[in-house]
Design a binder for this molecule. Sequence first.
Ligand SMILES: CC(C)(COP(=O)(O)OP(=O)(O)OC[C@H]1O[C@@H](n2cnc3c(N)ncnc32)[C@H](O)[C@@H]1OP(=O)(O)O)[C@@H](O)C(=O)NCCC(=O)NCCSC(=O)/C=C/CCCCCCCCCCCCC(=O)O
Length: 719
Amino acid sequence: MARYELVKRSVALITLTNPPVNSLSSAVRHGIAKTMDRALSDPKVTAVVICGENGRFCGGADIREFSGPMRGPPLLPLLDSIEAGEKPVVAAIEGVALGGGLELALVCHYRIAHSKARLGLPEVTLGLLPAAGGTQRLPRLIGIPAALELITTGRHVSSQEALKLGIVDQVTEQNVCEVAVEFALRAVAKPLSSRRLSALTVPCPPDLDALLEAVTMQIQKKARGMMAPLACVQAVRAAATMPYSQGIKRESELMATLFNSGQARALQYCFFAERTAGKWTLPSGAQWNDTKPREIRSAAVIGLGTMGRGIAVSLARVGISVIAVESDKKLMETGRQMVIGMLERDAKRRGVSASLNLLKFTLSLQNLKDVDLVIEAVFEDMALKKRVFQELSKVCRPTTLLCSNTSGLDVDALAGVTDRPQLVIGMHFFSPAHVMKLLEVVCGPRSSSETIATAMSLGKRMGKVSVAVGNCPGFVGNRMLKPYSDQATFLLEEGATPEQIDKVLEDFGFAMGVFRMSDLAGLDVGWRVRKESGLTGPDVDPKNPPRRRQGRKYCPIPDMVCEQGRFGQKTGRGWYMYDKPGGTNAKPDPLIQNLLETYRSRYGIKPRNITDQEIIERCLFALANEGFRILEDGIAARPEDIDVIYQFGYGFPRHRGGPMFYASMVGLERVLERLEHYHQAHPDVSHLEPSPLLKKLVACGSPPIQKWREHIKTMHSHL
Ligand SMILES: CC(C)(COP(=O)(O)OP(=O)(O)OC[C@H]1O[C@@H](n2cnc3c(N)ncnc32)[C@H](O)[C@@H]1OP(=O)(O)O)[C@@H](O)C(=O)NCCC(=O)NCCSC(=O)/C=C/CCCCCCCCCCCCC(=O)O
């Protein structure tokens, strides 16, 4: 796991060999220990170079090993011994030096990086801290403020930035190993004491306390409820205020607390879930690694509303030429200005030139004859979408893929009006589409494996986390949203307020509570859907009992809010009041309080005190319960897919893993017991009735989440 060669007669070249990222597994640590001993004890060897195989220095500790018993040589003493050695050691950094990989480089006496390399200490994103001396050595090398920023955010830096910061000694465009070997030969006669970072004193800013306080406050605001960034601050404080030997002890203590925390487990689960999500399979056996995607060079976007504009930007900025279509000249001109502005701002932020030459705007679908792929982003209306798809089917060449950015309509119904149902697929972007990382790729029963592969690969190319899902109303994300938001409105009836519910959800870690999120999205959207589905509005039979629809419990409060013209942030009023239309500062509105009181007294509901625990359990267990149904219906292939969708599309706190992981952490038995309890109290709310899969998993002894798939396999799959 570490190869040893003697080069230039006196340099030991140690190559880490653990593909794909040369992580520091126990075998690699063992290999480093053995080869370093050999290099240090061989009198022919005057210097050492450490590099990684396949163009990657090292991706850090092997994260998979964190869930089992620790074996092999511990990293920290191994690294300390490299630094203490009497022969110069040079790190030849190509590809990545991340986490333990950068900590390994920091104990080398010199660091040479390739110009395309990236470096960083991303442990915080895994709920940990750089506990192989990183929190103590980096501040000694680059100072407290810069180290604090890198360690608490986990940000990767380019080799150019690393050179400016002083992390690396040289950046090269040549073969980094060859440059490092030459460098090592020149370093042989030089003293090493000033190159041992642990022996240096930390350049401490005079306003240390104020700096640490400011960073702590920033973290509490941005990384609400997360332990690791705060522990990182404490570890860096130790570097600033203690000698190395004590600082390193503090680093280990803090790591021990984090290491066994639920947050670390959740964040490490998220790391792998994100990578698993791209690996789709179909009942036919076709899968991600045996189906070649088509190459997409040109695309069309139909509709230049908020979604269409974001999609056009996402395509153009990865080099795809885009024809954007609008139905009316004025709308097209507005769309053009917006898209160009967005692309220019995006390019400025990324320090590249805006690819405006890739954009064309048109009023006619006739101009789409030759594009490789079309993404329809018109109003969410099935009749309108069907007309567009019929037209596209006539206009586009027979091989063009036809995609719909629907957020919940039947993709197969759209496929059915075309001459190429196998080339039709849903691409559900999230708003704003050029910012949000999630893409639900909605596979209809007739979508071909090549179509799925192409949509998934296009999503990846646009920088999205793409998840393949089955075709049902609302797909995965929006289907699960209904029970979650229904519970929130039922809780309003029973005595809660929007601000109380939102606070509990935000304290749990959601970026926004359910009511603040609805205000942001616009309340009129859901109102229109409810009217179209006959749940509210003039079509409802007057003899229908007021709080029941279509045989189920129904809460009309959201309709009553809309009837007052309160459509959320955009109208300055919604569940909250805002300073002005479009304002973002949400304040509780006495008129909503009034509306709730009047409503309760009209229906004889005696408001009761609702605990935080009930809010969490009813909203989140109902959410996960629908997730279990989605798994048993085969609409999502794995719990990881659902969790990825909720993290990236709905602001579910990453340090809680996602709704399914959260349910597994609470304990499936407990979730089942609480759902049974609430369903007994609300027998007319079907979302609270525990799903068969949840019951089955509990009956099988609540296996860990990675094993659920074995119990789902036999069920019907749409994927
Ligand atoms: C940028 C990447 C490196 C590469 O990206 P890309 O090219 O896109 O490829 P990916 O698809 O992401 O990855 C390819 C496959 O490789 C797998 N992978 C990647 N990195 C790792 C890794 N570090 N470990 C394991 N596996 C990894 C990935 O899953 C893919 O495989 P698959 O498709 O899923 O099968 C990118 O991959 C990346 O960013 N990687 C992560 C980098 C990172 O975060 N590194 C930091 C790791 S943590 C670390 O280094 C910690 C160091 C300190 C260690 C100190 C140890 C002390 C522990 C003791 C504590 C004891 C307390 C005990 C107390 C008690 O119990 O008493």
